[in-house]
Write a protein that binds this ligand. Structure first.
Ligand code: PHE
Length: 466
């Protein structure tokens, strides 16, 4: 039986919930992190293992998280506590969601740094549109090194980096402070459709003007020998990052879902849309990059260096570049609001303060922590906070946070969620929530009880120590 609501807001409709959840999932993870990770981890092997992870691990965990939230109707730790209590299990299980809330806060702090870069490039292309006009390529007459140099130029300016970070965070805080209906739901309902239109347009443009064939073979040629433990862990981490899992975000959004929403169906839509956008993002970015004769292994530089150079040779380059970065900004904002909402909901419900006050407290914390990430590319470039962990030995503060959250916090959060939902919580309560029956129900249950936790534990072991 569901616990009575705590009087909080709900999504105004099922489609608002879907847009908000898809908005949380689709973001910098798809547009920036996925192509970069695929490039760094050898392309096809990574991509196919990624799809495998989404289907067999991500999707079952996504449904588990949303249903815990909807049963609990509260912030994530409180939702887990309520489900544990209703199942006569120890309420201490709520710690799995507390870890998640903390991880969401950590991710928020560096996510807004990248969000700031996106804002910067919106400005760069807007300026260029005025300078070079509509029809020609972007950055007319400028050398490639010049365009490539925009990124290190921005990195080198500490005040600019911090300012951009705070700017993006402030926009995020504004919408979260306004609450569900007029804030979080508003950005999802207005920005996500615009995102999809721009996104499809640019993908089609890339397919026609770029080297589509090379991109397809790069992304989908499966070379088994490249599938090392580290690549597998990177793929799982990316799947979780992209689906917003293991960090209480989807639990928090699930808590605002109405009782008549079919959660299994909704989870399928979210995972399907997110994966489609990741694949299409690869198919939009790589053709443009390959057509310009650039390499795929550029990692994070792919979106901020290779792509702008590639736009130089393209018709309507400045306009397409501007549209591209506006679209990425929209996607990033609908994700960052979910990262901020998870800790904010926890703080205001737990301490009985207003939503606005909670947003300010969490936002201030993220601003302070974010400065360390914003300065990781120049001032603090030599700082190696996790030098004692081999796979993070070379990581600066930004990369360390990114690595620890995707490769440790998210998988551990997911393992605990699977054990809790699959073994600890009362199966009858779970059945009332999940919207599945028959074979699908049994498959989901077997995945959550056995396959997901074991596979995750194994991948973490080989990825970290193998
Ligand atoms: N899924 C988001 C993206 O792909 C990032 C995110 C992670 C959002 C975790 C919420 C929780 O950009």
């Amino acid at each position: 039986m569901a616990v009575a609501g705590s009087g909080h807001e709900n999504w105004s409709s099922r489609s608002a919930f879907i847009l908000a959840a898809v908005g949380s999932a689709v973001g910098l993870g798809n547009m920036w992190r996925f192509p970069a990770e695929a490039g760094e981890n050898g392309g096809g092997a990574f991509v196919l293992f990624y799809i495998f992870c989404v289907l067999l691990i991500g999707l079952p965990v996504l449904l588990s998280e949303i249903l815990v939230g909807r049963h609990g109707q509260a912030n994530a730790p409180e939702s887990v506590r309520r489900l544990a209590r209703d199942s006569n299990a120890p309420e201490g299980w709520s710690v799995l969601a507390s870890l998640g809330v903390f991880a969401a806060f950590l991710i928020l702090s560096f996510y807004c740094v990248v969000g700031g870069w996106v804002l910067y490039y919106v400005g760069v292309f807007l300026g260029d549109l005025f300078q070079t006009g509509l029809t020609g390529g972007a950055f007319e007459g400028r050398a490639a090194e010049d365009i490539e140099g925009l990124l290190p130029g921005m990195f080198g300016d500490g005040a600019l980096m911090v300012g951009l970070n705070l700017g993006f965070l402030a926009v995020t805080m504004f919408f979260v402070a306004r609450g569900i209906a007029s804030g979080i739901e508003w950005v999802a309902v207005y920005l996500m459709p615009v995102f999809f239109v721009l996104f499809l347009g640019i993908t089609i443009y890339g397919a026609f003007t770029g080297n589509f064939g090379q991109a397809v073979s790069y992304l989908f040629t499966f070379d088994f020998s490249k599938l090392t433990g580290e690549v597998m862990l990177a793929a799982v981490g990316q799947a979780f990052f992209s689906l917003s899992l293991g960090v209480a975000g989807m639990m928090t959004y699930g808590a605002y879902a109405n009782r008549d929403t079919n959660l299994a169906e909704t989870s399928g839509i979210i995972a399907g849309a997110d994966t489609a956008v990741a694949m299409l993002a690869g198919l939009a970015i790589f053709p443009i990059v390959f057509a310009a004769g650039l390499s795929a292994s550029a990692g994070p530089g792919l979106m901020f260096q290779s792509l702008p150079i590639a736009f130089q040779a393209m018709p309507f380059g400045s306009l397409i570049g501007l549209a591209f970065f506006i679209m990425v900004f929209f996607a990033a904002l609908t994700s960052s609001v979910s990262l901020l909402e998870a800790p904010t909901a926890y703080v205001f419900e737990k301490f009985g303060i207003s939503r606005v006050a909670a947003t300010l407290i969490v936002g201030l914390g993220a601003a302070i922590l974010g400065i360390l990430s914003a300065l990781s590319f120049n001032e603090l470039a030599e700082f190696r906070p996790l030098a004692f962990i081999p796979i993070f030995a070379e990581a600066n503060f930004f990369d360390a946070l990114d690595g620890v959250t995707a490769k440790l916090f998210m998988p551990i959060g997911a393992i605990l969620t699977c054990i809790f939902v699959g073994w600890v919580a009362d199966a009858k309560l779970i059945d009332e929530e999940n919207g599945l029956d028959g074979v699908l129900h049994q498959t989901w249950r077997a995945l959550v009880r056995y396959v997901c936790p074991l596979a995750l534990a194994a991948i973490m072991l080989v990825g970290l120590f193998g």
